[in-house]
Design a protein around this ligand. Sequence first.
Ligand SMILES: *Cc1c(COP(=O)(O)O)cnc(C)c1O
Length: 483
Amino acid sequence: MVDKNRLLRQLPAINIILQTAEIQALIREYGHPLVSEAAGEVVQQLREKILKAAEEDYRGLDQEITLKNIIAMLMQRVYEKVQPRLRRVINATGIVLHTNLGRAILGQKVTEALTEVASGYSNLELDLSTGERGSRYAHVEGLICRLTGAEAALVVNNNAAAVLLVLNTLAKDKEVVVSRGQLVEIGGSFRIPDVMRQSGAILVEVGTTNKTHLADYLRAITENTALLLKVHTSNYRIIGFTSEVSVSELAQIGHAKGIPVYEDLGSGVLVDFRNYGLTYEPTVQDSIRAGVDLVSFSGDKLFGGPQAGIIAGRRELIEQCKKNPLTRALRVDKLTFAALEATLRIYFDENRALMEIPTLQMLTIPYGDLLKRVKRNARNLSKALGGNAKVEVIQGFSQVGGGALPEENIPSPLVAVKPVYVSVNWLEEHLRGAGTPILARIQKDQLLLDYRTILPDEENEVISVISELLANSSRLVEQEVSF
Ligand SMILES: *Cc1c(COP(=O)(O)O)cnc(C)c1O
């Protein structure tokens, strides 16, 4: 007869579990405190299960509570405890700058530079030629200026910080003129009017949602105007009956009236996308050439580098920003500088940039090259999946993401997987829960894999994870049928 008390007595003592050879090996790897804590949790979990169990479950529990099973449960639990929470995932969504998946990824040269600086001492704030204290900004300032045509530059934590710093430095308690069509909200609750208030600047809205004219700006300028701000409406478009004042026109008014003009470019591209079949995005160089006094952009959007906010423009204004105490609070660390410098250096050769900066490489890969990869993977996946799923190549779209080029749907061939034994939602959920999580889109009853954002050395992993999951899925269904 199996009863509750017998089941409870059957639970091994924790020190017995900890003394087994398997668990001793686990202790050597992860330490006694972590493993014994996990052992306590596993035994407690089983105890609760026994106490809650109904009589008809006793026999099942009797078979479950063996030392062998408990060791397996404990190993699983320890594995879950040591698994980092922040980890690599495979992006099969085709959204190149996916904010939830960490935006831009860094190429090999850049990660090498980063590791080198991270694992040793560096001349972060030392001028090696004089032996005196140097500026951390010196490592990138010259490079930013040469690439963009600006006189001076500064780097802060992200572009939101850049906007806050510029407004606080140049326009605290003064008026900043902005078109109503540019009072945008960027993801993560960054709203221009809110940042403006936080910076201490006074927002002066001009024009209407769809149309703002030169005369609107001219009428709004007073002796209290400190700045004319143009915001790139990164993540949305006003279409139809619209007009905005161009940066060069705005720069002309600013110069005539002696008021600095600042453009928040958002994404900040350095290459002309029209040369690669994409929609024109104003480049940082274009903005400087048009005569703006300051421009700022993100490091980890279309620029394709680490998270940062890059401010470039007239020396005198950059110097004012550098002296603002906020700059110290918004400053970036040596890892960012290492990655940023390496990224900037790649840009000196545009062809290299297209190959070595993953964001640009993914956005500009020729359709034919992508199709070859997609067909090869569809074949291999189909072979590995056997009868567990139907695999085909379909026509679809990738997206830029990261609040950039919102209308740009880049035509892409996709691998579509339709599982035979389980629902597509089951597959999507289990891919997300895999050892290396795979994030994919669902369209109707198919799972879509976009190889634009799957890295070449992730291809085999994708195939093995999906085929293992679906091989188990057919067994799952067989079991259910036999019940
Ligand atoms: C993305 C964006 C920001 C914020 O930049 P982060 O680097 O994400 O802080 C600010 N302004 C515009 C126009 C943007 O597109």
